[in-house]
Design a protein around this ligand. Structure first.
Ligand code: A2P
Length: 347
C-alpha cells in the first residue's frame, strides 16, 4: 500500500471542495493529514470528515508547510496567487482552475487517457475543464481504435458548473417564478430558471466563448493531437447538476455503431446506457453523483458516411472536477511521481 500523504483542499467550502472531501473519504484515499482552506469568509467554520469536525482556515503563507498534495478548486486567481508558495513549500498542486492548463510545462491529465504525461511536472498538474473531461473520457476509447478527424459538440451545462451559489440561485429563481415574481440574477448573468443561454464565459475575438475554446484547446492537448479539428457550442441549461453533450464525430473511415457500442461498454470511466425500445438514454438525473460518464444514442450520422452521433451525460462536479483531481492525486502517489522537475515555472 502507498505511504499516506498530507493533503490540503484549497476551496474546501465550495461545490467541488465538498465533493473532494466526500471522495477522499469514500475512496479510501491514503491520507495522513487533511487541511481545509478557503477564503477569510469561511475561516473558523467546520466541515465533517470521517465523522469528525475539521476547522476551515483562511489560506496564508504557512498553510502549505508539510503538505504533499494541494487539491485546489478556488478559482484561477486564487490558484495563481498561491501557486508559487505551494510549489516552494514542496507540495504538488492539482489545480482545478484554468490558470495553468495551457502552459506547455504543465501536464493536463485525464487518468484514463494520458496518465504517463503526469510523470514529469513542475509541481503543478492541471485538471481539465469539466465539459472537456466528460467528452474526452467518452470519445477517447473510439479515437484510440480509429483516429477522430473532427468533433462537433453542443453542450447542455448545469448550474453546478458555476459553483454552489449558482445552484442555489436557480432554486431561488424557480421559486420566485412559481410565486409569480420576477427571478433575480446575481451569480449568473441572466435568469436561468425556466430559461437557457449561451455559456456566460467571456467571448473571444473569433466569436467563441472561453468555455468553447477550452473544449477545443484542451482536447487537443489531452489527446496530444495539436491539429484535431474541434468546434463547440456551449449552453447553460436550468439543470442543477450534471452536464449533457451532443457529440458528432467524423472519422477517416466508417466506424460501425456496433463496434462503438462494444468499445464504450468495455472502457474505463464510461458506461453505455441505452434502451432503444423505451427511448431511454442518459439524463442528468441518472448521471448526478455517478463516477462514470453515461453514453447513449450511439448512431450513424446519416449526413456523413464516416460520422457517428453520441449523447453523453456526466457529473460535472464529480468526473468533471473533483473525481478527476483525486484520481490524478492517486496516480501520483501510486507511481511515486510527487517529485517535481528542476525547471522553474513562471507563475
Ligand atoms: P469561501 O466559501 O470562503 O468563499 P464555488 O466554486 O462553489 O463557488 O467555491 C469556491 C471555493 O473557493 C470556496 O471554497 C471559496 O471559499 C473558495 N475561495 C474563493 N475565493 C477564495 C480566496 N480568495 N482564497 C481562498 N479561497 C477562496
Amino acid at each position: 500500500m502507498s505511504k499516506p500523504v498530507n493533503v490540503a483542499i484549497l476551496g474546501a467550502t465550495g461545490a467541488v471542495g465538498t465533493e473532494l472531501l466526500e471522495l477522499l473519504e469514500s475512496r479510501n484515499f491514503p491520507l495522513n493529514t487533511l487541511k481545509l482552506l478557503a477564503s477569510p469568509r469561511s475561516a473558523g467554520t467546520t466541515l465533517t470528515f470521517q465523522g469528525q469536525s475539521i476547522k476551515v482556515d483562511a489560506v496564508d503563507d504557512k498553510a502549505f508547510n508539510d503538505v504533499d498534495i494541494v487539491l485546489a478548486s478556488a478559482g484561477g486567481s486564487t490558484s495563481k496567487a498561491w501557486a508559487k508558495t505551494i510549489v516552494e513549500s514542496g507540495a504538488v498542486m492539482v489545480d482545478n482552475s484554468s490558470a495553468f492548463r495551457m502552459n506547455p510545462e504543465v501536464p493536463l491529465i485525464v487518468p484514463e487517457i494520458n496518465p504517463e504525461a503526469a510523470a514529469k511536472h513542475p509541481g503543478i498538474i492541471a485538471n481539465p475543464n469539466c465539459t472537456t473531461i466528460l467528452m474526452a473520457v467518452a470519445i477517447y476509447p473510439l479515437h484510440r481504435v480509429q483516429p477522430i478527424e473532427r468533433i462537433v459538440v453542443s453542450t447542455y451545462q448545469s448550474a453546478s458548473g458555476a459553483g454552489a451559489r449558482a445552484m442555489q440561485e436557480v432554486k431561488t429563481q424557480s421559486q420566485a417564478i412559481l410565486d409569480g415574481k420576477d427571478p433575480q440574477a446575481e451569480i449568473l448573468p441572466y435568469p436561468l430558471a425556466f430559461n437557457l443561454f449561451p455559456h456566460n464565459s467571456p467571448l473571444t475575438d473569433m466569436g467563441y466563448c472561453e468555455e468553447e475554446m477550452k473544449m477545443v484547446n484542451e482536447t487537443r492537448k489531452i489527446f496530444n493531437e495539436p491539429d484535431l479539428k474541434v468546434t463547440a457550442t456551449c449552453v447553460r441549461v436550468p439543470v442543477l447538476r450534471a452536464h449533457s453533450e451532443a457529440i458528432n464525430l467524423e472519422f477517416k473511415q466508417p466506424f460501425s455503431v456496433a463496434q462503438a457500442r462494444e468499445i464504450i461498454a468495455n472502457s474505463p470511466g464510461v458506461q453505455l446506457l441505452e434502451d432503444w425500445q423505451k427511448n431511454y438514454f442518459p439524463m442528468p438525473i441518472d448521471a448526478s453523483g455517478k463516477d462514470d460518464v453515461l453514453v447513449g444514442r450511439i448512431r450513424q450520422d446519416i449526413s456523413h458516411a464516416n460520422g457517428l452521433e453520441l449523447w453523453i451525460c456526466g457529473d460535472q462536479i464529480r468526473k468533471g472536477a473533483a473525481l478527476n483531481a483525486v484520481q490524478i492525486a492517486e496516480l501520483l502517489i501510486e507511481k511515486s511521481w510527487l517529485n517535481k522537475t528542476d525547471s522553474p515555472l513562471e507563475v
